[in-house]
Design a protein around this ligand. Structure first.
Ligand SMILES: Nc1ccn([C@@H]2O[C@H](COP(=O)(O)OP(=O)(O)OP(=O)(O)O)[C@@H](O)[C@H]2O)c(=O)n1
Ligand SMILES: C[C@](O)(CO)[C@H](O)COP(=O)(O)O
Length: 248
């Protein structure tokens, strides 16, 4: 098959190397259970549920790659997808770059998906892939905001913070994952934008800094990020609702 007629190949990189400090003491966040199954396994299944995704690269805690490999072996995952596990870094930005380094030749489209968003529906994953296949180089699923947002002057440690501005809410979006990219664009962004401080909070932000266009598609309320303890309660409630709906 000539390179021009070959179908585009999509891989998902799942950064899962975070500690989960905001969730409180315990195992690394991605390894904590939701209804008895590790959050990471839910996230891997969410990516592999898309027929477009032929490879999932999991970026494990730096000292936890063998444990994560074992975990994936112990859980049923779609056989038509390949799975790789690599050790991660100290920041999300480094972990994603290490995942990108592990991609084989022949991958054209890359999804980057937080292990901490285990319940993203397959329709959202497919919509992101579709938008990249249609020609966008960087695609972000996002939701309108429910709260009004204030920009403040941070003064630290509980002191009242002066408000600087109130951005127009209708123009704001809360960004989710998977974010989808033309592979070369994302690799170039990670190679070009140096890590500063805690690193970029998302991958599309790096692409924006290259001057490349980034577009938003509708996200989904079930693609929320498990960050704080209350998010675990919500995630288990979503799983219970899905099980009840499957029963009918
Ligand atoms: N060094 C890091 C830090 C984060 N992540 C991953 O990036 C995603 C989003 O990060 P976040 O939700 O902030 O996870 P944590 O860093 O684990 O959370 P916290 O900031 O509360 O410690 C998670 O899937 C997390 O595992 C990663 O792969 N490598
Ligand atoms: C990538 C992300 O999920 C988009 O909202 C988010 O920026 C990750 O931030 P975190 O602080 O690493 O959780």
């Amino acid at each position: 098959m000539s390179d021009e007629t070959r179908p585009l190949r999509t891989a998902a990189v799942i950064p899962a190397a975070g500690r989960g400090v905001r969730l409180g003491p315990g195992a690394p966040k991605a390894l904590r259970a939701l209804n008895g199954t590790p959050m990471l396994v839910h996230a891997v299944r969410a990516m592999a549920a898309s027929r477009a995704v032929s490879l999932v690269v999991v970026v494990a805690p730096a000292d936890g790659a063998p444990e994560v490999k074992r975990l994936l072996d112990e859980h049923a995952l779609p056989a038509r997808t390949d799975y790789l596990v690599v050790p991660g870094g100290d920041t999300r930005q480094e972990s994603v770059r290490l995942g990108l380094d592990a991609l084989p030749e022949g991958v054209d489209i890359v999804l980057v998906h937080d292990a901490a968003r285990p319940l993203v529906p397959v329709d959202t994953v497919d919509a992101v892939v579709e938008a990249v296949r249609d020609g966008a180089v960087a695609v972000v699923p996002a939701m309108p905001l429910a709260d009004t947002v204030k920009e403040v002057e941070p003064v630290g440690a509980g002191a009242p913070e002066p408000v600087v501005a109130t951005p127009e809410r209708s123009r704001l979006r809360a960004v989710q994952t998977p974010q989808g990219f033309d592979r070369d664009t994302l690799v170039n962004a990670h190679a070009t934008i140096a890590l500063t401080g805690d690193g970029a909070t998302d991958d599309a932000g790096l692409v924006e800094r290259l001057g490349a266009p980034v577009v938003v598609v509708p996200g989904h309320e079930e693609a929320f990020k498990v960050t704080r303890p209350l998010d675990l309660v919500l995630a288990e409630a979503v799983l219970a609702r899905r099980r009840a709906n499957d029963g009918f």
